[in-house]
Design a protein around this ligand. Structure first.
Ligand code: GLA
Length: 383
């Protein structure tokens, strides 16, 4: 769907909800991650790109100090919150994400006031494509846009993450918000999660006769369910025992072998080798060698499955079926335990899709969802 059609639809819905026109419409994309999983909170490297789908927010200022939020994905009464009393723990459910952004902006001294928001999404829910980061980033752009505040995007990413960590209470890293706010069309973002420095790396699969395919495995996950936090804790413990600030500082996998606990050894080995794979993949992309990066994706999956132990049966089956049917590489994407797989496939990808679909049918699983993932533009004002 075009930006214009998206903007018209959500502006029309804003009109139905609030009986007036919005002052603006913003969109923030979901993200895919080519490679670099569970490296962001270890201050390593990631290589995500923006999707062509995301979260839309139509918005207008209010002068009564209230934040009124409606979501098309959560029909019913709007969330109506007096801004002055919005604080962590006071707002629950989906409304905590937009409320948390208003809170984080105000905490950082950005004078956002009341607003009416109408939110819609073109992302599949719970598929591990960062619909929550897209929601946070769209609201952050809307509120700063409405109040004429010029906040640099890297700072906005940090504030959006703060909303998720400190207001909603989900301990995610910085990758998803950075991808939504900083990616460019036809590029991935090589982000150094320690320095915050990002650089655009060309990612044009179509020009190489290839495509990036996302397979929504249908298995659902929640970052707040404790397993993600457990992995974070294991990484911190491994870093402590190795005498470094964080696993980013471990130069090679052999150093991780010094850990006495086999579980911590595996966790550290994943992070250290994954960081290497990210920098290798970025170098290959810069040299025009996207096809060659496929093997790195598959190696990443093996490492996430065997060393980090965050994969799930549908992801393993999808990766195997994709590779057998001609994919150049495939891996689980995101935090793990559910969500999507990303595969680098020939542009003519019917055989890969069919093979995955047949495998699911044979196992009696519900059919997977398929999504084309052309590397797209970051968050923006649509009108
Ligand atoms: C989730 C988090 C990210 C990142 C990934 C794993 O998507 O939100 O910050 O840690 O998991 O790479």
């Amino acid at each position: 769907m075009s930006d214009e059609a998206d903007a018209n639809r959500v502006a029309g819905w804003f009109g139905d909800c609030y009986g007036r026109q919005p002052e603006g419409v913003w969109q923030a994309p979901g993200r895919a991650n080519l490679i670099g999983e569970h490296t962001d909170y270890n201050q390593g490297w990631v290589l995500p790109f923006a999707l062509d789908r995301g979260v839309l927010v139509a918005a207008a200022c209010r002068h009564d100090g209230m934040l009124v939020i409606r979501s098309r994905q959560a029909p019913g009464e709007p969330a109506t919150l007096p801004l002055a009393t919005v604080a962590p723990g006071r707002v629950t459910g989906w409304a905590a994400y937009p409320a948390g952004v208003a809170w984080a902006l105000r905490e950082a001294g950005h004078p956002v006031g009341g607003a009416s928001l109408a939110i819609d999404s073109t992302l599949p829910q719970g598929a591990g494509l960062s619909s929550s980061a897209a929601l946070e980033c769209a609201v952050a752009l809307a509120l700063t846009g409405l109040y004429g505040l010029d906040v640099p995007r890297p700072d906005l990413a940090i504030l959006a993450r703060r909303a998720e960590n400190d207001f909603v209470g989900v301990p995610s890293g910085i990758m998803d918000q950075s991808a939504s706010l900083l990616c460019q069309a036809s590029h991935a973002l090589l982000l150094d999660c320690r320095s915050g420095e990002g650089s655009a790396v060309p990612l044009e699969p179509a020009a190489a006769g290839l495509a990036l395919l996302i397979v929504d495995t249908g298995a659902r996950h929640a970052l707040g369910d404790g397993r993600y936090a457990l992995r974070r804790g294991e990484c911190d413990q491994a870093a402590g025992e190795l005498g470094v600030r964080c696993l980013r500082d471990v130069a090679d996998a052999a150093a991780a072998d010094g850990l006495a606990d086999p579980v911590l050894r595996r966790r550290a080995r994943h992070v250290v080798t994954e960081n290497h794979r990210v920098t290798q993949a970025a170098a290959m992309l810069r040299a025009g060698g996207l096809a060659g990066a496929g093997a790195l994706l598959s190696a990443s999956h093996t490492s996430l499955r065997d060393d980090f132990e965050v994969s799930w049966p549908e992801a393993d089956t999808t990766v195997d079926a994709a590779l057998e049917a001609g994919a150049l590489g495939a891996r689980m994407m995101g935090g793990g335990f559910g969500g999507s797989v990303i595969a680098l496939v020939p542009a003519a990808q019917d055989a890969v899709r069919a093979a995955i679909g047949e495998r699911y049918a044979r196992l009696g699983w519900p059919a997977p969802g398929f999504l084309d993932a052309p590397p797209s533009a970051s968050a923006r004002r649509l009108r």
